[in-house]
Design a protein around this ligand. Sequence first.
Ligand SMILES: C[S@@+](CC[C@H](N)C(=O)[O-])C[C@H]1O[C@@H](n2cnc3c(N)ncnc32)[C@H](O)[C@@H]1O
Length: 380
Amino acid sequence: MSDAATGPDMPQRAKPRLRGWFNRLIARPSFQAWASHFPLTRGLARREGAEIFDLVSGFVQSQVLMAIVELRVLHRLMDGPRSAAGLARDAGMMPERMEILLQAASALGLIRRQRDGRFALVRKGAALLGVPGLEAMILHHRAFYRDMEDPVALLCGEVDTELADFWPYVFGARGDVDPKVTRTYSDLMADSQALVAQDTLRMVDLSDVRCLMDVGGGSGAFALAVAQAYPRLDLMVFDLPDVVPGALARFEAAGQGGRLSVHGGSFRSDSLAYGADAISLIRVLYDHSDDTVRSLLSKIFDSLPPGGRLIVSEPMSGGAVPERAGDVYFAFYTMAMRTGKTRSSAEIARLCTQAGFIQCKAPAPLRPFVTSVVTCAKPL
Ligand SMILES: C[S@@+](CC[C@H](N)C(=O)[O-])C[C@H]1O[C@@H](n2cnc3c(N)ncnc32)[C@H](O)[C@@H]1O
């Protein structure tokens, strides 16, 4: 959990002059030309070249994926292989253009070009359809990519981002948000919640908990997953007043209505409900500034009994060991939302400790692109 400068960076820091000389050598086109032919270096040079080209072309790959999802190509291949001409007819597109798209999707491993020239669904493409909410998330990326169009302007804070409008609650909106907007983001969150709940519940044991309150629990998807995994545990959901009725409806539809109480309010201006011996914050902290997080953690500390537990689960930065999901995708997504930021487990643990919590732990994440977890406890 330490953010200290250890690990792979050490030799670089220990011998900066040598490293500088080496980097200048590698950056010379003549050295690159030599390295790509010399038998001992050409494997590495080609591999690195391919990795660099992957970075260069990443946006195009994402846009190919967007077209595949928008045109429902994977769904259309579910019943068997299809020709480019047939799929082009469905999409109202010229066959040659559809052929280009399908060839690209094959290169990305989502589908396969057969010997007879038709295209078939393969495992990766089918798996994509099996991830709840992923297609909706990909389509919603249009707004994110528009915000990312000028990344330097975004970094300088000069972009009036669309994501900030899509997630209006983070500005503390209350009562003045169109219920349709509220529902759209709650649905998107609930759809993508299944994987987050799966990984969180694999990393955290709640068998000694009597009542869990999910703060920022949205429409109750995580709370219901907990209810189903722990049949004797009672649940509370605290969220904005417009949002909590969705949680009650979800529990009632699952025949679990009697196990949930909902509490509408804003954790920015209201105190939290009492009665839970554990509180979860699932994908909540990264939406908010350090000041809001400090105030929320202190409210949580107050509402828990001695020995009560806090579970934080959300995508996190790799901290001292940067990693792709947390430090590339989520770091820029939260920047585009404008109010929060992606934090490392060490930063979250530090904020929890400042609020009075002890025994902060960060189990090794199963899938960092889905979620990471920090747990801690209120002293006895
Ligand atoms: C990113 S969503 C996560 C929802 C859910 N925990 C999940 O993982 O699917 C953040 C949640 O925090 C809630 N939230 C944001 N600001 C809030 C506030 N000031 N008071 C209460 N809830 C808030 C939102 O309504 C939303 O349900």
